[in-house]
Design a binder for this molecule. Structure first.
Ligand SMILES: CC(C)(COP(=O)(O)OP(=O)(O)OC[C@H]1O[C@@H](n2cnc3c(N)ncnc32)[C@H](O)[C@@H]1OP(=O)(O)O)[C@@H](O)C(=O)NCCC(=O)NCCS
Length: 156
């Protein structure tokens, strides 16, 4: 199987938007959000695909010494086959190549799949954010330190 990651292009946007609406019907990113996030001055949007088509996508911001993952999604029928891990590994490597010292992200407290994925890479919770994505639910802010400095572990 030939799986690869490349930059998101305008031809991808309809499909990405479709997956996004299925995944987050209440607060999906729009095509305009992805276009804005793809500007060289702001961030990088990536897609993961194979011979069968688009598997997933992600949005990553990198600045002077840190990186932020704003979106990562694997289409439902391709989940639990290692693709989320593959995408996250790629983003961490991109951050390292840019000399980022840490990577941060937010995840809803109920999103156990994503939480466990991040935890398995060594991300730790640094803060609980009240009603972050919606009024009804808190989120965790998580960070992965890319240097050897100790990180504060919020949840044991
Ligand atoms: C979170 C998400 C990206 C994981 O992608 P995936 O391709 O299914 O993940 P992988 O197959 O690579 O699994 C990697 C790890 O994620 C965790 N995980 C994935 N699916 C899981 C499930 N159903 N239950 C528990 N843990 C799960 C596990 O830690 C797993 O490692 P393991 O297989 O060694 O146990 C995917 O579920 C997704 O796109 N969800 C919808 C969008 C979303 O929630 N994005 C994150 C927003 S913060």
């Amino acid at each position: 199987m030939n799986v690869f990651i490349r930059r998101m292009e305008s031809d991808d946007l309809d499909e990405v938007e479709e997956i996004e609406y299925i995944t987050w019907p209440q607060y999906p990113w729009t095509a305009e959000d992805f276009i804005e996030a793809s500007q060289p001055s702001t961030g990088n949007c990536w897609v993961l695909e194979d011979d069968k088509g688009l598997i997933g996508y992600s949005v990553q911001y990198i600045d002077a010494d840190s990186s932020h993952i704003a979106n990562i999604c694997i289409r439902r029928e391709r989940q639990q086959q290692g693709f989320g891990r593959m995408m996250l590994d790629y983003l961490i490597n991109e951050a390292r190549l840019s000399n980022a010292k840490y990577i941060s992200l937010e995840v809803n407290v109920s999103n156990e799949k994503a939480y466990l994925l991040y935890k398995s890479f060594g991300f730790t919770v640094t803060e609980r954010l009240k009603a972050y994505y919606s009024a009804s639910e808190d989120a965790y802010k998580m960070q992965l330190c890319l240097t050897n400095a100790d990180m504060y572990d919020y949840v044991s």
